[in-house]
Design a protein around this ligand. Structure first.
Ligand code: MSP
Length: 578
C-alpha cells in the first residue's frame, strides 16, 4: 500500500515537474536510414508534440542523433572506401535530412563524434572509475560486431555445416576474442536494476518488463567496457590509458547526458529523462546496462522506457541481403511523408511486430486520409454548398432541430464530446493507433451526418432551400473537422496545419484546451462568429494514391475516349502528387 502511495506521488511529481525530456536511440551510421529507424523517431516526435499540446507549460525536449563509433562503422567506411570521418558525416546528414522532411521536431541532434560528447564520456568514465566500479581483466568471449556486444554461449546458435556461431537474437555471426579489457561491475547492481525495473509503469509495454525480469532472474555477469585501441581505433580513448578505447555502447548511452551539457550542472534541469523510446533489439542495453551505469555514477535512471517492436516487410525481417529495406524517401514519394508518418503510427503497435505492406498502406491512406478526412473537408468547402467560403456559426434552432431529427447528428455529437478524453487516454500510453481509430470513427460519423443531412437540397435552387439550416450543417461538419485536426496534430502535423489554416483557426486556438464544441458550449466557442475560409490554403488535403498500373490503364482508357478531358486530368494528378 505504502509503495503504491509512493508511486502515486512519484507519478504526480512526474506530471507536475515542468521538464519532459524525451530521447530516441541514436542511429548507427553504417547504413542509410530505413523506415524502422524513422519509426523510433516518429513515435518520439508524436509523443513530444502531444506533450506540448496537452501541457503547454511543460518544458518538453526531444533529442535524437547518430551513433558513430566502433568496429561496425570502421568496417562500413572501409567497404565504401571512404575515410571514416567523411563516411560518418555523410550518413549522419542523411538522417538529419530524412528527419527534417518527416517533421521530427528535435531540440538537439547529437553526434557521438562531437567534442562535447567526448568530454561527457571521459567525465562519466572517470566517475565510474573513482567510485570503484571499473577494473582491468583478461577477457575472452564471442563478440558480435553487428550487435557490438559480447554474447554468452546461451545467446548463440552454432551452424553445424559451416562451424560458424551466430547471435540467436539478431542472426549475425560472432568472432572469438581474447583481450585485456576494463570491466564494469554489473553484477553488483543486479538488485538495484531489478528494483528500478519493477517500479510502476517503468517499462512499457509490460511484456518488455517481463523480458527484463527474466534476464534479471539469473546472475548478471560483469561487462567489458573497453576494447584494445589497436582493434577498435575509431572510438573514444579511455582517459589516461591510450591503449584502450571506450566500449561503443557505454559511449553511445552517454549521449543522453551529453546532449544536456553534462557534466555541466545545467543538465540537471532536464534529468532524468521522462521517456526513452527504443526498439526491442536494444532492450538489454537500455533496461540493464544503462540503469546500472547511471546508478553506479550516482545519477537517477530514466523514468520510463518505451519499447517498440519491429517492422517487417511483407512478413519478412528487413535486411540488406533480402533487398527489402524500405527507404523512407522512396516510400514518401508514393505516400508523401505525412502519409508515411500516419501509416507508421496508425498501423504500428508497440507490443508486436508490424508488417509494412504496400497494399495495406494504400488501403489505409486512401480510405482514411483521402476519403474520410480529405473528402469531408472538400465537401464542406465546396463552392456549390458554401459560395461565401465561410466557416459559419450554427443557428441554435437548427442545431436543436438537427439533433432531434437525425440520429446521425446525435451520434456525431456524442463522439465529439468524448473525443478529447478518449484520445488523451490513448496518447498518454503512446497508443497512436487507438487515437487514429477514435478520430477516424468520429470522422466516419461526421461523413454520415453530412450524407444524412443532405445539405445539397438546402442550397438556392435545391429541393428545399434553407440557408440557415445549410449553414448549421456546414458549421457542425467544420467543427468536427476542426476538433479531429486538433487531436491529430501530433501524428500528422503538416496536414492538420493545412486543414486548420483552411478553416482559419488561429494558432492560439489549436491546443488541447480548445477541444470543445462550439455548438455544445457557446462560451468556449472559438468559432462563435462566421469567418472567412483561407482562400490560399488548399481544400484538397490528401490526394488519393493511384497505383502506377491502374493509373496508366486509366489514362490509356481516358485518352482513347476523351482526349481533351484526359489531358487535363493527367495534369491534375501530377500536380497533386508533386
Ligand atoms: N546505435 C544503436 C542505439 C544506441 S542508443 C544509445 C542502434 N542503432 S540502430 O540504428 O541499429 O537502431 C536504432 C533504432 O532503430 C532502434 O530503436 C531499433 O530498434 C530501430 N530499428 C531498427 N530496425 C528496425 C525495424 N525493422 N523496425 C523498427 N525499428 C527498427 O541500435
Amino acid at each position: 500500500m505504502l509503495v503504491r502511495k509512493i508511486n502515486y506521488f512519484r507519478l504526480l511529481g512526474t506530471r507536475l515537474s515542468s521538464s519532459h525530456y524525451v530521447t530516441t536511440p541514436i542511429f548507427y551510421v553504417n547504413a542509410a536510414p530505413h523506415i524502422g529507424h524513422l519509426y523510433s523517431a516518429v513515435i518520439a516526435d508524436a509523443h513530444c508534440r502531444y506533450q506540448r499540446l496537452r501541457y503547454p507549460d511543460s518544458n518538453v525536449r526531444l533529442c535524437t542523433g547518430t551513433d558513430e563509433h566502433g568496429t561496425k562503422i570502421q568496417q562500413a567506411a572501409a567497404t565504401h572506401k571512404v575515410p571514416v570521418a567523411q563516411y560518418c558525416d555523410e550518413i549522419s546528414e542523411r538522417y538529419r535530412h530524412v528527419f527534417g522532411l518527416a517533421g521530427i521536431a528535435h531540440d538537439d541532434f547529437i553526434r557521438t563524434t562531437e567534442q562535447r560528447h567526448k568530454e561527457a564520456v571521459a567525465h562519466f568514465w572517470q566517475r565510474l572509475q573513482a567510485r570503484g566500479h571499473i577494473y582491468s581483466a583478461a577477457y575472452s568471449g564471442w563478440y558480435c560486431v553487428s550487435d557490438e556486444t559480447f554474447l554468452t554461449d546461451s545467446q548463440l546458435r552454432l551452424d553445424e555445416s559451416s562451424g560458424i556461431r551466430h547471435s540467436l537474437e539478431s542472426g549475425h555471426p560472432v568472432e572469438w576474442t581474447e583481450e585485456t579489457n576494463y570491466m564494469f561491475r554489473l553484477s553488483q547492481f543486479q538488485d538495484d536494476v531489478r528494483h528500478w525495473v519493477q517500479q510502476e509503469a517503468r517499462i512499457r509495454p509490460a511484456k518488455f518488463e517481463k523480458i527484463l525480469l527474466d534476464t534479471l532472474s539469473e546472475q548478471l555477469p560483469d561487462v567489458s567496457v573497453s576494447r584494445p585501441s589497436n582493434r577498435v581505433h575509431w572510438a573514444i580513448p579511455v582517459p589516461n590509458d591510450e591503449t584502450q578505447t571506450v566500449y561503443v555502447w557505454l559511449d553511445a548511452l552517454i549521449n543522453y547526458l551529453s546532449s544536456l551539457g553534462y557534466p555541466n550542472e545545467q543538465y540537471l534541469a532536464h534529468w532524468p529523462p521522462a521517456q526513452q523510446i527504443i526498439g526491442k533489439d536494444i532492450l538489454k542495453f537500455h533496461g540493464i546496462y544503462w540503469p546500472a551505469f547511471l546508478i553506479a555514477a550516482g545519477l537517477e535512471p530514466p523514468r520510463q522506457l518505451y519499447v517498440h517492436s519491429h517492422w517487417t516487410v511483407d512478413g519478412q525481417k528487413m535486411s540488406k541481403s533480402k533487398h527489402n529495406v524500405v527507404d523512407p524517401l522512396q516510400a514518401a514519394q508514393q505516400y508523401t511523408m505525412e502519409g508515411l508518418r500516419y501509416f507508421l503510427l496508425r498501423e504500428g503497435v508497440a507490443h508486436s511486430d508490424g508488417n509494412f505492406s504496400h497494399v495495406k498502406a494504400l488501403r489505409i491512406l486512401n480510405s482514411e486520409l483521402a476519403d474520410t478526412l480529405g473528402n469531408l473537408l472538400s465537401r464542406a468547402c465546396a463552392k456549390t454548398l458554401n459560395p461565401q467560403q465561410i466557416y459559419p456559426s450554427p443557428h441554435v434552432e437548427h442545431l436543436t432541430a438537427l439533433l432531434q431529427e437525425l440520429d446521425a447528428a446525435k451520434r456525431l455529437q456524442e463522439l465529439l464530446l468524448q473525443l478529447a478524453a478518449r484520445c488523451e487516454e490513448h496518447y498518454e500510453c503512446n497508443h497512436f493507433h487507438l487515437v487514429a481509430d477514435t478520430t477516424i470513427a468520429t470522422l466516419h460519423a461526421a461523413n454520415n451526418f453530412f450524407e444524412c443531412a443532405k445539405p445539397w437540397e438546402l442550397k438556392p435552387g435545391g429541393k428545399a432551400p434553407n440557408a440557415p439550416r445549410l449553414q448549421t450543417i456546414i458549421a457542425i461538419t467544420m467543427d468536427a473537422l476542426r476538433l479531429c485536426a486538433i487531436v491529430l496534430q501530433p501524428m500528422i502535423p503538416q496536414l492538420t496545419s493545412q486543414l486548420l489554416n483552411k478553416l482559419t483557426v488561429p494558432s492560439s486556438q489549436r491546443s488541447w484546451q480548445h477541444l470543445c464544441l462550439s455548438s455544445a458550449s457557446s462560451s468556449s466557442s472559438s468559432s462563435s462568429h462566421s469567418r472567412q475560409l483561407d482562400e490560399q490554403s488548399n481544400a484538397l488535403l490528401f490526394q488519393r494514391i493511384v497505383e502506377q498500373q491502374d493509373k496508366s490503364t486509366q489514362q490509356k482508357q481516358q485518352q482513347q475516349q476523351l482526349p481533351g478531358k484526359a489531358k487535363k486530368q493527367r495534369k491534375a494528378t501530377v500536380k497533386a502528387n508533386s
